[in-house]
Design a protein around this ligand. Structure first.
Ligand SMILES: Cc1ncc(C[n+]2csc(CCOP(=O)(O)OP(=O)(O)O)c2C)c(N)n1
Ligand SMILES: [Mg+2]
Length: 344
């Protein structure tokens, strides 16, 4: 039987109240430590990338993931080795969660030789077949049919792996998404469609753009089950992710997870953010921050020591600092590289 739909209704202004925590399966102390350090790595990396962008060291577009860390970390915790990941342009967190090195990601942002695309792709175009990360795509929604293709390949090879395709609330209004839903269900492709509902597509709020703001129901016409998930709570994400991945791995076809999340920074580095108030952002930070939730649990429930958390902080900072150093000193690609990695 398909997993039941669980939905939380948005309020009139599009905001979603903080969900009750009573039914969330707990993490062990080790799992909370692991989630904490993974999410902190993404946050510190992104803060550094933001600083370096401000200093003119990074060119082109740069979309930060700060605030949404629990989504990708929780999903990654539920995945099995070999499961494939594909996403849009807000992709640095996904790469780090997949195990790609901070150095290679940062060096790609600065356009250097040691970057994952040899300095020729930039923020939105990085890949690692070894880590099962298939980009990094600048075309909104493009990763949805591509993700279905990855799932088709998994099924064709019979390797038992699942594809996870992440896309936004804005992308969810695109036609190609529904063509992909239809084919994915028709062919029972093993794919989890993760809709990262951060409430805005650039400056447009979900309530202004979406006739059906409950994204977990977007697959109903195709008989694709869906669930709304508290995307600020890494435990809720992992639990929903595990259920969806199992559903797909069992040959039942696709599943949709709507992750209710929030981005703290602008859409990209050039966003004046006039479409929402500072208070709205501050309220989310104060009440639902994904990293603070884990930190509080570690200190208050697991009785972790402040020093242990400080040690994680220091380690994360040193990896990010080293990545930033490398990304500033590694040479740019040789001009002859203009003619490599392209189809002529
Ligand atoms: C096909 C296409 N149309 C428009 C754009 C411009 N664009 C870039 S991001 C974006 C908003 C997408 O919002 P959402 O899917 O909610 O993702 P988020 O940025 O919130 O992560 C738009 C319209 C684009 N890159 N590609
Ligand atoms: Mg969005």
């Amino acid at each position: 039987m398909a997993p039941a739909l669980k939905t939380a209704r948005p309020e009139a202004n599009g905001s979603v109240p903080a969900p009750a925590k009573s039914n969330v399966p707990p993490f062990t102390k080790e799992e909370d430590f692991s989630a904490y350090s993974e999410m902190l790595m993404i946050r510190r990396f992104e803060e550094k990338a933001g600083q370096m962008y401000g200093m003119g060291l990074i060119g082109g577009f740069c979309h930060l993931y700060i605030g949404q860390e629990a989504v990708v970390v929780g999903m990654q915790m539920a995945q099995k080795q070999g499961d494939k990941v594909i996403t849009g342009y807000r992709d640095h967190g996904h790469m780090l969660a997949c195990g790609m090195e901070a150095k290679g990601v940062m060096a790609e942002l600065t356009g250097r030789r040691g970057g994952y695309s040899h300095g020729k792709g930039g923020s939105m175009h990085m890949f690692s077949k070894e880590k099962h990360f298939y980009g990094g795509h600048g075309i909104v929604g493009g990763q949805v049919p591509l993700g279905a293709g990855l799932a088709f390949a998994n099924q064709y090879r019979g390797d038992g792996t699942v594809a996870v395709s992440y896309f936004g609330d804005g992308a969810a209004n695109q036609g190609q998404v529904y063509e992909s839903f239809n084919m994915a269900q028709l062919w029972k492709l093993p794919i989890v469609f993760v809709i990262e509902n951060n409430r805005y597509a650039m400056g447009t709020s979900v309530t202004r753009s979406s006739a059906q703001p409950d994204f977990s129901r977007r697959g109903l016409s195709f008989n694709i089950p869906g669930e709304q998930v508290d995307g600020m709570d890494v435990r809720a994400v992992r639990a929903a992710g595990a259920k969806a991945l199992e559903w797909c791995r069992g040959g039942n076809g696709p599943m949709i997870l709507e992750m209710q999340t929030y981005r703290y920074r602008g859409h990209s580095m050039s966003d004046p953010a006039k479409y929402r108030s500072r208070d709205e952002v501050q309220k989310m930070r104060d009440e639902q921050d994904p990293i603070e939730q884990v930190r509080n649990r570690l200190l208050n429930e697991h009785k972790a020591k402040e020093d242990d958390l400080k040690a994680i902080d220091a380690k994360v900072r040193s990896v990010v600092t080293e990545a930033a150093e490398f990304a500033q000193h590694d040479p740019e690609p040789d001009p002859s590289e203009l003619w490599t990695d392209i189809l002529l």
